[in-house]
Structures are given as structure tokens and as C-alpha cells.
Write a protein that binds this ligand. Structure first.
Ligand SMILES: [Zn+2]
Length: 255
């Protein structure tokens, strides 16, 4: 007989189903990557903007607040981890948009998987089995998408906002997601410690600076650079507890 108490994820999903009905939690079927979906876009309307702050999945709007916290560590997944993800279908303007976002997330996950940095992404059909769900986060002005950093929570979100699905951005969404999945792997913005645009939480530079980094904001769609791959691999090869600028690397097992 099991005496395990339900996880936070199970509580959230069960109470959502009770309040909003199970259709609020319907997921998208596994996307099939087709080459024609991978558009190469030369010029973007502006440099992409992303945030790592609270949003609410639009299919759960008026339900639960989502908490995000970070401490004074360098969070990472335990090397060799598989980060499982799912995609909600409600909350978008159309079913087509939900499928589109899931397909583009799948393309981005594949880009990182092919880079073999030490952690893999894997699609799962249900949110209860996922570490994160890609979903619509509503309207946030010019912000396209957002993500999270490695942590011990058993359910996290990668959001796409209204702007990210508008025509001038839409075909580049997969490359925006490559950037977002960089955050999921623990990468901060290339400019996080630039005194002109200092971010709220201290960041540590690891490897060589590269303004072309997928983690920078540029007019070109974010593109994974050889230096991003090399630095992320090296990051995941360090022993847990390694101190970088007197900040410890802390490993999390994706829940
Ligand atoms: Zn970002």
C-alpha cells in the first residue's frame, strides 16, 4: 500500500481538472518535425525579448498563481538527465496555434539534443509526466516567450505570448525557443552582467563571451553557436559543487 502523498504537480492538475474541467488540460499530440517548418529568417522586426518572470497559462487563467524563485547558486540539471515536456492545447486563439507552438518547441528541443550537451529533451503526451509544459502566456507587449531555470519544482512552464505568434515573428518561433531552452538548461542572457543592462540576479560568465551567442538579443533569429555548445557541454561536465566566482553549481533532478 502506498503512503506517498500527492506531488504538487498532481495537486495542481487534479484541482484544475475539478475547477475547470479536464478539457483545460488537454495536450497536443507529439509533433512531427518537417523540414519545411524550419524557416530561415534573415531579418526580424526587432531584437527578440524574453523574460523569466511570473506568467499564467491561459488555459488555467484565474486559477493558480505560479511561483518562481531563485537562490544564490548556479542551478543545473544532474548530467545525463532527461527533461520531459508536454504541450497544452487550450488557451491559444486557435488549435492551429497550439499545434504550431508544439511543433516549434519540438524543433528547438531537437537542435539542443543534436548538440549533445549532456542533458536531453523528450516529448511526453501528458503534463503529469512532464517537467515543463509549453503553453500560451497571454499578451505581454513585445515579449515573445519566457522560460525557467533548473529547479526542484515538478511542473514548470515555457510560455509563448501573443507577440510570438504574430505573423512577423511566427516562423522564427523555433529559434526563439532554442534561446528559451537555453534558459531551461541554466544559461543566462549573454548580457546578464553588462553594467548597462544588469539583470536582477547575479550571473557568472562561463567560457568565452560571444556576442553571437544564442543567449544574446540580436536582430537575427537566435542561433546556437559552436561556442554555446562547447560552453554548455563544459558546464555539464563539471562536478556538482564546483565553485564559480564563489557561487556553487547545484544539481537538480528533473521531476
Ligand atoms: Zn532570454
Amino acid at each position: 500500500m502506498s503512503t506517498e502523498s500527492p506531488s504538487l504537480k498532481e495537486i495542481l492538475l487534479q484541482s484544475t481538472a475539478q475547477e475547470l474541467g479536464t478539457e483545460a488540460l488537454e495536450t497536443v499530440a507529439e509533433p512531427k518535425i518537417v523540414r519545411s517548418a524550419i524557416h530561415a529568417v534573415e531579418d526580424l522586426p526587432s531584437a527578440p525579448v524574453c523574460i523569466t518572470q511570473d506568467s499564467t497559462p491561459q488555459n488555467l487563467a484565474n486559477h493558480h498563481a505560479i511561483m518562481i524563485g531563485r537562490g544564490s547558486s548556479i542551478p543545473r540539471w544532474t548530467p545525463g538527465s532527461v527533461i520531459r515536456w508536454s504541450a497544452w492545447r487550450m488557451g491559444y486563439e486557435s488549435q492551429e496555434d497550439a499545434d504550431f507552438a508544439a511543433l516549434h518547441l519540438s524543433i528547438a528541443a531537437n537542435v539542443w539534443n543534436e548538440a549533445e550537451v549532456g542533458v536531453r529533451f523528450e516529448f511526453v503526451p501528458l503534463a503529469k509526466d512532464a517537467n515543463f509544459v509549453v503553453c500560451h502566456g497571454g499578451h505581454k507587449g513585445d515579449i515573445l516567450a519566457s522560460a525557467y531555470f533548473p529547479n526542484k519544482k515538478d511542473l514548470n512552464f515555457v510560455y509563448v505570448y501573443t507577440r510570438g505568434l504574430e505573423l512577423d515573428w511566427k516562423n522564427s518561433l523555433w529559434s526563439v525557443f532554442v534561446h528559451e531552452l537555453g534558459h531551461v538548461l541554466g544559461l543566462r542572457h549573454e548580457f546578464a552582467m553588462d553594467p548597462r543592462r544588469l539583470e536582477r540576479h547575479k550571473a557568472v560568465q562561463f567560457g568565452e563571451a560571444n556576442p553571437l551567442s544564442v543567449m544574446n538579443y540580436r536582430r537575427e533569429p537566435p542561433k546556437l553557436q559552436p561556442s554555446d555548445i562547447a560552453a554548455t557541454r563544459a558546464f555539464y561536465q563539471m562536478p556538482a559543487g564546483t565553485m564559480l566566482e564563489s557561487t556553487p553549481v547545484v544539481d537538480f533532478v528533473p521531476q
